[in-house]
Design a protein around this ligand. Sequence first.
Ligand code: SME
Length: 137
Amino acid sequence: EDETDTIANMANIASMIHQTFGFWWTGFYRVRTIPESEKEMLVLGPFQGPLACSRIPFGRGVCGTAWKLAETVIVSDVDKFPGHIACSSASRSEIVVPVFGEDGSKITAVLDIDSAELATFDEVDKEWLEKIVKVLA
Ligand code: SME
């Protein structure tokens, strides 16, 4: 509870969720300014699970959509989500929760959890995951 380093906390949060529930992929993408373009993108952060795409543009995929909408997105069947980024064909459903910064307005990261089963996530997951990511603010 005394740890203030964001990366350390993201790493342990991803590990605890992943180990406890046995999801397919659990991790963070951080909002970073790309030096070459000075544009912001989601860049892969601490995670548990198989290899993942390292960069996701604003509005792209489920992660980019949660960032754009500034709200949690639950997808029961990724094949029915237009523009879903398939890092792994084993992923069938997912939830992406935005992480807000200290002042509560700017999104600094998203928490992305992928399940190998359909319709894994609901409003209860949304409620508690949103509480968990608040420790990162
Ligand atoms: N599912 C994400 C891409 C990231 S990976 O699944 C780890 C998306 O469509 O945003």
